[in-house]
Design a protein around this ligand. Sequence first.
Ligand code: GLV
Ligand code: GLV
Length: 324
Amino acid sequence: MKVYITRIIPEKGINLLKEQGFEVVVNPEDRILSRAELIAALQANRYDAVLCLLTDKIDAEVMDAVGPQCKIFANYAVGFDNIDLAAAAAHTMLVSNTPGVLSNAVAEHTFALMFAVARRVVESDHFIRAGTFEGWAPMMLLGNEVTGKTLGIVGLGAIGSRVGHIAAAGFGMKVIYHDVKRSEAFETDCGGVYHESVDDVFKEADFVSLHVPLVPATEHLANDARLRMMKKTAYLINTARGPVVDEVALVKVLQEGVIAGAGLDVFEHEPQCAPGLTDLSTVVLTPHTASATVETRDAMVELAAKNIIEALAGRMPPTLVAAK
Ligand code: GLV
Ligand code: GLV
């Protein structure tokens, strides 16, 4: 059995596959393959499985390139908006993702962004490095406290639930949330209050944190109108997918001081940022690194490998997103 891996990943995953006796080919260059390179790489051999990344667009053309012997595309991410599920079904290929194992890392990063932007950590760091610090001052770099504030969660999957738990248990935050469905377990865990309307979450929260998958219904969910519903003192946090936010509209509302700031880990057109975004001192930006911990990346690669191992053994992979 032959497995192709589209980019260098933690060694643990490669070893798990090799221990099965699989022939494992890894893209030797540590960069995103162009579409033509990906297609050429997949055509070069008769691969039985592909371990792919969220930066690889996997559609019908790519599935044709790999050939009908391929059983599974195992995405090294919880999000799978990069994969055309209808095409996978038509090609009778399985698709898996890596849910659960990264929820805590992404939740931690959500708080890293919340605190960084509200307590002005990055600005303060730049202030010191610029040599501007002349000693303690009563009015210097005042931020906003997080404890006791209202957190608005949009999208209550495993990550949103973990964020709500930490917010209530750790920082005494009042939690409100919107999802397509209510969760009694979540409400019991953290006192989360369900809001049927996304607008109401944007209106009431001091921090709006996005945790929805990217699907047509969530594209530009945080649009100009909703951003303008937010409190002047509120912050937007996005660790989900860039296109969930209208980034051009966000730059405008930040420039106009309509909201206090934003913490963003994902961008609408990665790796680019919307014009003006990086000029704003009221945003904290990280390069899609919310799951980037040693522990979590190891766990993700283990799960992706397990999905391939089970699929090639003809058994049910543990975290399928689409059955053939
Ligand atoms: C990262 O963005 C993921 O979907 O795992
Ligand atoms: C701050 O450093 C204080 O002592 O209040």
